[in-house]
Design a protein around this ligand. Structure first.
Ligand SMILES: [Zn+2]
Ligand SMILES: [Zn+2]
Ligand SMILES: [Zn+2]
Length: 334
């Protein structure tokens, strides 16, 4: 059973989840058999995954069979499970508590596509819709305090299966990265009466220097203190705290917009390994006024290495201004 543990020296929380070691291609010795013959995410292999919790299907097609365009299933090797028992330990030094949570996989194409940038706009919009639907469903569970949506594409970015997919994790507490964002946003709101992100996506602060591209409702920019070369953030231009409250039209536009940005990135860096994550307002926190959902794309052109792990500081060899300039140039060419 997974458990949360807190390190007494750093106060860092860690999830110990031994199920994860059983993943295919996870790099552990028992997996030396190499690539699996059949891809569990390809249509026709639906029985290889746990039963679906959501699927967009052709009329009349049966659950857990072919006929879907996007399919969401519980992760077969979850980092957290909804009913992890035991593990409540509050010692002087060592504290542990049950690793409860939900961990789902969004399979983004029935075919064996390996690049998100290759998905058609309509298909990628359906993926966004699946995020919204599952986030809304998970938000209804009183136990969860935060939902993280993320994608790992490419081995260097942590993907263990190449078939295009992303993941959704519901957590029983607000994780450190979101908690820090929430704290800063709350402080800014208290001092200025305005949403921090609304100000950042406004032209006056982001400036044209770090702006990559805008659509009717969204802005893409390289953040001022980008951790990674070509780090790209996308946020709605008008205030919106919860991704899961997005409308059908917004998601259609977002799918096309993010798809275009990924194509621009892969035009410069073919087979680019990357992660993206969606940060939406934590649940049951009353953060609607000051939290502003956003999607962060983190290209993995350089590995976080000793200095980053040892110091918590990132070294970025490309200035966000230069990165935005390059991405803007490619974007205008179509
Ligand atoms: Zn596949
Ligand atoms: Zn805002
Ligand atoms: Zn964020």
């Amino acid at each position: 059973m997974p458990e949360f543990r807190k390190d007494p020296v750093s106060a860092r929380c860690v999830i110990v989840s031994t199920e994860r070691a059983k993943r295919p291609q996870s790099g552990f010795p028992s997996e030396l058999s190499g690539r699996e013959e059949t891809c569990p995410f390809c249509t026709g292999n639906e029985q290889e995954t746990p039963p679906e919790v959501l699927a967009y299907r052709e009329d009349g097609s049966a659950r857990d069979g072919p006929g879907w365009s996007v399919r969401v299933v519980p992760n077969k090797y979850p980092a957290l499970t909804p009913d992890a028992g035991s593990a409540d330990h509050q010692g002087v030094f060592y504290k542990a508590w049950p690793g409860i949570g939900a961990h789902e996989v969004v399979i983004e194409s029935p075919q064996h596509a390996t690049s998100t940038a290759s998905l058609e706009a309509r298909q990628f919009a359906a993926v966004m819709r699946a995020y919204r639907e599952r986030m809304s469903a998970l938000a209804g569970d009183e136990r969860w305090r935060s939902i993280i949506v993320y994608k790992n594409e490419g081995r260097e970015a942590g993907a263990t299966l190449e078939h295009v997919h992303s993941q959704i994790v519901a957590l029983p507490e607000v994780p450190p990265v979101v908690a820090a964002e929430m704290e800063n946003a709350q402080r800014h709101y208290a001092a200025n009466g305005r949403c921090l992100f609304c100000e950042l996506v406004g032209d006056d602060v982001t400036g044209r220097a770090r702006l990559i591209e805008t659509s009717r409702r969204f802005t893409a920019f390289c953040p001022y203190a980008s951790r990674f070369p070509f780090e790209t953030w996308i946020a709605p231009k008008t205030h919106a705290a919860c991704f899961e409250h997005s409308t059908e039209d917004e998601l259609a536009e977002l799918g096309a917009f993010v798809g275009r940005l990924l194509r621009t990135l892969t035009k410069h860096f073919p087979d680019l390994p990357f992660n993206y994550i969606v940060h939406s307002a934590p649940l049951r926190e009353n953060a609607a006024q000051y939290f502003h959902w956003h999607l962060e794309i983190m290209p993995r052109l350089a590995q976080a290495a000793g200095f980053e792990w040892g110091s918590g500081l990132f070294i970025n060899p490309i200035s966000p201004e230069d990165a935005a300039l390059l991405l803007r140039g490619a974007g205008s060419g179509g």
